[in-house]
Every structure is written in structure tokens, then in C-alpha cells.
Design a protein around this ligand. Structure first.
Ligand code: ZN
Length: 560
């Protein structure tokens, strides 16, 4: 019988025996006299690493699936308490490899990217920050649990955040506003908890950075995110290009929405809606969507079809929203199980199709590159990862009629408009973190003011009216990345700039673009971001003029 992911279990690794194995591997490495022996040692270590990663990923996924189960919470706490100790062993071994006399031969065999990644890892960890890391993951999980605990009584229904989001997208303006007010009230009631969790996280992260010798957490975060080939200054330049080219178009799109909706004042609760009749929604429930997706992937081929069949058969798809399930969506790859797993919270809106295509893009890429020479090369660094996910969102465009019937064309325009308005938002989230960590002692109110300044700069069409929570500069608290994976956000905007180039190319040659996308997915993380984009014929988002070109095409499509 085919094993299913629902029954999948991994025995937690024993710390003492893992340490003994590491000691043995280190001894072997010191004695090794040729490159072949060293390669064998690295491969053996990779198997050990695979077991630890599998345990960590599975424990985290089980918690995301059910944040209220006591046994699961205990397993997750145990993981967070123990992981930094495993990371200590791992980083020490990476340092051994970085200093190995056989480094050149190893580089020749595995490629330079692996060593560049390990340099970043070595620069962002020391045993001295282990305790702070435990505290950091604990506070980040507190955030996940807090958001997952939200339940809203709305028009006779008990809803989670994702359930409520459906009504924030409703064609009825009063309903949208009411759904926002309900969420806003809950957030206001919990604002002290959000403030306290974030304040702890900022201070913990700042302390870790200074312990490692960095002036602040920003510099450490760039290493921890394994950013290779670009620096904070490049990101500053990218943000300027966004202000110059994307913000004006995003405002024009908002103006067009206002005109279409026929409203005097374009409010925050109007921002997702692009037509008086509301946005198109997929024309069926979860099971129907899975069937439509099966047809879509069969048409698209390139291995997407067989992967999707395998994932369905093995229960690797968890898309239904339910109480106690964490919010958001993600994909993880299970090396030893041999497959990716995708997670989302369907709520019956167009977001379902987007999230689904997005996570399948990650799933497809990780599966296509599962045979890389080292497990650290299966996933590229995050800004490149998101090209695969956001790229697939655009490459599935020709099949949107399967989900939306005769409204597919309207949907495509909305997706593109949303993408253009997302870039300034993504930049806001990233810029905010640069400000927050440069001033770790700022008060919660001070942080809200930083956010508001950026909102005015990048998102001038946002008007919160009576929404007190949002109006006081607290909307950033709804962005889980700020709590769970700091600085993971500019990635979406860089990747989207690349995904939009796939969109441009697919309009003239769909097959060749799909071919080039599949090739990019197969390369995994063998090379850094700029080399991956170059090899797929995409311009780097950091190249001057790149955004301007993409925006010009999008403008012609949307407003031309
Ligand atoms: Zn993603």
C-alpha cells in the first residue's frame, strides 16, 4: 500500500548519539588524505542532516496543522528547545569543511554555492546565542498560536481569519466593511499581546546580533537569510525604483477601481475589489478544485501532472481551513518521505487558486531538484524560491477558465493588478524591518509611526476611515513573516519582478517559457539568485530599468 503523509512519523534524533556521530565524522575529516574520502564524509553527514531536517519539518508541519493539541505542542516545544543544540553541531562541522585543506576539491565537486551558503551560516550562529534562539522560536510560536486562536462571530457563523477574509472580499460593500471592523476589533483587543511578542523578538534579535559582533540585527539577518550577491544598498536602490515606477501605476489602478466601483471615497475595504459585481470566485468547492487542478496539470505536463497525482495519493495536500489550524500557506519538502507537502487555508475566494498555484510551484521545484548533490542545494535561497511559486501563478493563466469559466479573463487582469499593488506593500514590509532593527529600543507606538510613514510613501491609496487598529499604524502586526521569519519579504517583490518577466515571455511563446521555467526549477539552488535569473533569460530586478520595463507592459495590458 502507498504510504500516506497523514500516518508519517519520524523518531526524534537522539542528541548524544548525533554528537558522537559528528565527532566521528570530524575525526575522519581530519584524517582524510584525498578528496574522494572527503566527498564520502560529506555525503554521510548529509544523510544524518536529512534525518534531523525531516524531524524538524514534520514537527513544525504537525503544529501548523493543529496548534491546539497538547501532545503536538509538547513535541514542537521540544523541537524548539533542542534545535539550536543540533545547529551548533552542524555549524561546527560546516566550519571544519570551510577550513578543510580539501576545500578546493570539494568546491570542484559540489560547486561554490554550497560553501558560500555555509559561510553565511557560520557568520550567523555561535553557541553563545543558543538560549536566545530558543526564546526567539518560542515567542514566534506564541504569535502563530495567538492568530490561530482567533474566532469571529460574523452573521451567524463562527469564523477563523481566513474564513472572515472571504467576507472582506465580498461584492457587498457594507459586508466588506463589517468584516474588516470585526477583525479590527479583535486585533485591538489583542494589541498588547502583539506588541509584547514583537518587542521581545526585536530585543532578542538585537542581542543575538550584537553577541555575534554585528552593529544591529539587519546585518545579521542578511547572513541568516543567506543573501548572496547583493547587499542592503542594492535593496535600497530597488525600493527607489519601486517608488518611481510601481507606486504611480498602483495608484492609477486604485483610481480605476474607485471609478468602476462608483464610490466617492475609495476605502481600505474596497482595495481587493475590482468590479461592482465583486471578484470572480472559483466555481466549486475544495474537492471540485482538486479535480480541476488535476485537469490543469494534465494539460500543462512537464511532470506537474504526475507529481500532483502522487501528492493526492499520499495525502500531501492540506488546503481546508479549520479551527486551530495556523493561518497562511507554505510548502515543505520531505527528503526521506521523498515528496513535498503543501498547506493552505481555502476560503472560497480567488485567493485559493493563487495560493494553490503558488505552493504547487514550490512543490514542483523542490521535487524536480530533489537529487541535488547536497540537501542544502535542493531549495534555492528564498528570493529565488519565490520565482518558482509566483512564476507558476502566471504560467497557469491559460487554464484559469477551468476554475472561473467565462470570468477567467477578468480574473487574469485582477491577478496582474493585485501583483502590481503588492510590490509597494512588500517593499513596505521590508523597509519597516530595516527601521525597526536599526532602533531596537523604539516603543511600540514609535514602531507604528515608522509603519505609517512608509504607508504614506508606498501605499498612498490606503484610507482606513474609522478602522481604529489599522488607522493607528498597526497593520504590520498581521504579517506573520515579521514574527516568524524576519526579513523574508523583499524576496517576494524581487521574485515577482522575475515572475512578471515569465508572464511577459509567455504571452509571445507559451511553450518555450514553460520549458525555461521547468529548466530553472530543475537547477534548484545550485547557484545564487543572480545566476539563476540569468540562466533563465530573466533580467535581475536590481538592474536599472528592469522594473520600468515590466511596469510599462503591465500598464499597457491593464490600462492601455
Ligand atoms: Zn512562497
Amino acid at each position: 500500500m502507498t504510504p500516506t503523509f497523514s500516518d508519517y512519523q519520524v523518531t526524534p534524533p537522539d542528541f548524544e548519539s548525533t554528537r558522537a556521530t559528528y565527532e566521528d565524522l570530524t575525526r575522519q575529516l581530519h584524517k582524510a588524505s584525498d578528496a574522494g574520502t572527503c566527498i564520502g564524509i560529506v555525503n554521510e553527514w548529509d544523510t544524518l542532516l536529512g534525518g534531523i531536517k525531516e524531524w524538524a519539518s514534520l514537527t513544525e508541519v504537525r503544529f501548523q496543522q493543529n496548534t491546539r493539541d497538547e501532545t503536538i505542542i509538547k513535541a514542537k516545544d521540544h523541537l524548539h528547545e533542542t534545535l539550536p543544540r543540533f545547529l551548533d553541531l552542524e555549524t561546527s562541522f560546516k566550519k571544519e569543511l570551510l577550513e578543510s585543506p580539501h576545500r578546493d576539491s570539494l568546491t570542484e565537486h559540489f560547486g561554490p554555492q554550497l560553501f558560500a551558503l555555509w559561510e553565511c551560516d557560520a557568520r550567523s550562529f555561535s553557541p553563545a546565542i543558543k538560549e536566545d534562539m530558543v526564546a526567539e522560536s518560542k515567542r514566534a510560536s506564541d504569535y502563530t498560536s495567538l492568530v490561530a486562536s482567533a474566532e469571529f462571530e460574523f452573521r451567524g457563523k463562527t469564523l477563523t481569519f481566513s474564513g472572515l477574509a472571504k467576507y472582506q472580499d465580498d461584492s457587498d460593500r457594507a459586508c466588506r466593511k463589517e468584516a474588516h471592523e470585526v477583525a479590527s476589533r479583535w486585533c485591538s483587543e489583542h494589541q498588547a499581546s502583539f506588541d509584547s511578542i514583537y518587542d521581545d523578538l526585536v530585543k532578542l534579535r538585537h542581542r543575538m546580533a550584537t553577541t555575534l559582533g554585528y552593529p544591529d540585527f539587519v546585518a545579521m539577518a542578511y547572513q541568516r537569510m543567506r543573501r548572496i550577491g547583493y547587499e542592503a544598498e542594492d535593496v535600497v536602490r530597488f525600493r527607489q525604483e519601486v517608488s518611481e515606477h510601481v507606486v504611480p501605476l498602483a495608484c492609477e489602478i486604485a483610481g480605476k477601481q474607485q471609478e468602476l466601483l462608483g464610490v466617492d471615497r475609495f476605502m481600505y475595504w474596497d482595495t481587493p475589489v475590482h468590479h461592482p459585481d465583486g471578484n470572480p470566485a472559483p466555481r466549486g468547492d475544495h474537492d471540485w478544485m482538486i479535480d480541476q487542478a488535476t485537469t490543469m496539470f494534465r494539460k500543462m505536463g512537464h511532470g506537474l501532472d504526475t507529481l500532483f497525482e502522487d501528492m493526492k495519493e499520499r495525502c500531501l495536500i492540506d488546503l481546508k481551513a479549520r479551527p486551530g489550524k495556523a493561518e497562511g500557506g507554505f510548502c515543505d519538502f520531505f527528503n526521506q518521505f521523498g515528496y513535498p507537502f503543501i498547506f493552505a487555508n481555502f476560503n472560497g475566494t480567488r485567493g485559493d487558486v493563487d495560493v494553490f498555484a503558488h505552493e504547487m510551484g514550490h512543490a514542483y521545484q523542490s521535487y524536480q531538484s530533489r537529487e541535488q548533490a547536497h540537501s542544502d542545494l535542493v531549495w534555492p535561497t528564498t528570493e529565488a524560491c519565490e520565482i518558482h511559486s509566483m512564476g507558476l501563478e502566471f504560467l497557469t493563466w491559460p487554464h484559469m477558465d477551468l476554475f472561473y469559466g467565462d470570468e477567467a479573463d477578468r480574473l487574469r487582469r485582477i491577478h496582474l493588478a493585485w501583483s502590481l499593488q503588492f510590490i509597494p506593500y512588500g517593499v513596505t514590509v521590508d523597509h519597516f524591518q530595516h527601521l525597526v532593527y536599526a532602533e531596537p529600543d523604539a516603543s511600540p507606538k514609535g514602531r507604528n509611526r515608522m509603519w505609517q510613514t512608509l504607508e504614506r510613501q508606498y501605499l498612498p491609496w490606503w484610507d482606513f476611515g474609522p478602522l481604529a487598529y489599522e488607522g493607528s499604524g498597526r497593520l504590520w502586526q498581521m504579517k506573520q513573516h515579521l514574527f516568524n521569519c524576519p526579513f523574508y519579504y523583499i524576496d517576494y517583490t524581487l521574485a515577482l519582478t522575475c515572475a512578471l518577466q515569465f508572464w511577459q515571455k509567455s504571452r509571445t511563446d507559451r511553450d518555450a517559457t514553460m520549458e525555461s521555467y521547468a529548466r530553472l526549477c530543475r537547477r534548484g539552488g545550485r547557484v545564487p539568485f543572480h545566476e539563476l535569473t540569468e540562466s533563465a533569460g530573466l533580467k535581475s530586478p536590481f538592474e536599472r530599468g528592469c522594473l520600468a520595463e515590466v511596469v510599462a507592459d503591465a500598464r499597457a495590458f491593464l490600462l492601455g
